[in-house]
Design a protein around this ligand. Structure first.
Ligand code: FAD
Length: 460
């Protein structure tokens, strides 16, 4: 059955090489980094698509989606497959729509907006826009591999968020174009507030085919590592720099010991037992930062210019969710949470967590600007996993004490904590994918019957 569909799609594209059916390739392109979560590992191991289609253009995507709509074939969009929650793992087989070949940067506009296709790697975009005096406002620590479309579909923020907020903030995504999964697929442009109908919807309500991404003027950056005897002092200093309006920074990350001991390639900058802060700071402020760090009782263990993504050491490789990867390499029992602490109560909240869970939770803080412009202490703490019940106890406790949790151990848009309370992603899905064929199973509040009664006029 599925081989018949593969043959039909080969005829549609007129190119056999872009419909992949080899089981190992299909399996590889059906996976992401869901195995970070012991809970998702159990749920998603073995889930694969039937075959992979690699379109080169928007008209090709329309043809593929039209065929799949007519034949009730599920379609799961894929960028680079670096997502953490099984976002790009097809739950019901079907077509994996691999967008990696749609990798053109179409324009870098004089007003600082990059226009590109979804398969452009963020690292390529960052390098390219810097040539014109711009840089990305924020990017995930997977920048080298991850795609722009995948970042919009499944990411949230990262390096740069301390200054520019997340992907959803400050009109960073100026506009995007999606192809819908209607009987006759449409190409629809969303701009302004309407981008939120599609952002972080995990490819459940349209395939993003073109992006207008706002940039920021490029800065000459330096990297710096500061060690403190205890985490309290490290946290105080990181907060001081992150929230201080006079500092131009791209990254402020604080780790308590023993997290730095997991970073094998940079262990020489991680003295035994010390808590560390990793900074990306404007080069013109590096001397002042070092002075401030020493005055606060810190020791600068590394300082050097940042010359782009090939710089070694590349401190961002140890931050955001890369921290979890280094921990997993050391001990596969580690997993993580994604938290937002209350800036007024963060110290008390950390103490409550320490009292209740001891070393089962290790603090890894990432500062980020929220949509109101306030820099707040986000966190991707490491969790020493024992049972799902214990993990849920920790999540519940966080919420009880006012710590926001975007749960990375669930495989649906709603449960992940980034779902829009105004349901705009669901409403877009009802319009654009009334048969529920885009990444099915990932938007659990969607029900075909409701899409039907909403007057979308589908016939099945
Ligand atoms: P994929 O994993 O391929 O896709 C992500 C989701 O988007 C899927 O649901 C997919 O179906 C959908 N999608 C892909 N392309 C399209 C499209 N064209 N149209 C519609 N939907 C689409 N994330 C962060 O936000 N910040 C971080 O700092 C960060 N650090 C990470 C560190 C590590 C080590 C790992 C493993 C992951 C990290 N992530 C982080 C998660 C992930 O790397 C990013 O979100 C990344 O931007 C995803 O891009 P991708 O191309 O790999 O997307």
């Amino acid at each position: 059955m599925s081989l018949d569909h593969a043959s039909a799609l080969i005829s549609l594209l007129g190119d056999e090489s872009r419909v992949l059916t080899h089981p190992q390739l299909v399996e590889r392109l059906s996976r992401d980094f869901y195995w970070y979560s012991p809970v998702l590992r159990k749920q998603l191991d073995g889930k694969v698509g039937d075959f992979v289609v690699q379109p080169l253009s928007t008209p090709e995507i329309r043809s593929v989606l039209r065929y799949c709509q007519q034949n009730n074939l599920p379609v799961t969009a894929r960028g680079a497959g670096t997502g953490n929650y099984g976002q790009a793992v097809p739950l019901q087989g079907g077509v994996v729509l691999d967008l990696a070949r749609m990798d053109q940067i179409e324009a870098i506009q004089p007003d600082g907006v990059a226009v590109c296709q979804p398969g452009v790697r963020l690292g390529v975009l960052e390098t390219e826009v810097r040539r014109s005096g711009w840089e990305l406002r924020c990017y995930p620590s997977t920048i080298v591999k991850a795609s722009v479309g995948g970042f919009l579909g499944g990411g949230s923020g990262g390096i740069g968020s301390v200054a520019h907020g997340g992907l959803r903030d400050f009109n960073t995504v100026r506009a995007l174009e999606v192809v819908t999964m209607e009987a006759e697929p449409q190409v629809v442009r969303h701009e302004g507030e309407a981008v939120h109908e599609i952002l972080h919807a995990w490819g459940t309500n349209g395939v993003i085919t073109r992006i207008w991404l706002a940039l920021t003027p490029a800065v000459e950056w330096s990297q710096c590592v500061v060690a403190f005897d205890g985490f309290d002092a490290a946290f105080d200093f990181s907060e001081h720099i992150a929230t201080g309006t006079s500092w131009t920074k791209r990254l402020v990350t604080a780790f308590e010991w023993p997290i730095p001991s997991f970073f094998a390639p940079v262990r020489q900058y991680a003295p035994q037992g010390k808590s560390l802060i990793f900074f990306l700071i404007a080069s013109e402020q590096i001397a002042a930062l070092e002075t401030a760090a020493r005055e606060a009782g810190g020791v600068v263990t590394y300082s050097g210019p940042y010359g782009g993504l090939r710089t070694l050491p590349l401190l961002s490789d140890y931050t955001w969710n890369h921290t979890t990867l280094w921990a997993l390499k050391t001990d596969p029992a580690y997993t993580y949470l994604q938290c937002g602490f209350d800036p007024e109560r963060v110290r008390a909240q950390m103490m409550q967590l320490r009292e209740r869970f001891g070393q089962e939770i290790l603090f890894h803080m990432e500062f980020m600007k929220n949509s109101e412009g306030r820099v707040i202490p986000g966190a991707i703490p490491l969790v020493y996993y024992t049972t799902e019940a214990r993990l849920n106890e920790m999540i519940d406790f966080c919420r009880e004490i006012g710590v926001f949790v975007a749960n990375p151990h669930v495989n649906n848009v709603e449960g992940g904590g980034r779902y829009r309370a105004d349901n705009v992603q669901l409403l877009a899905k009802m319009r654009y994918d009334p048969k529920g064929l885009l990444n099915p199973g990932k938007m659990i509040t969607f029900h075909v019957e409701e899409a039907e009664t909403a007057g979308t006029g589908i016939t099945r």
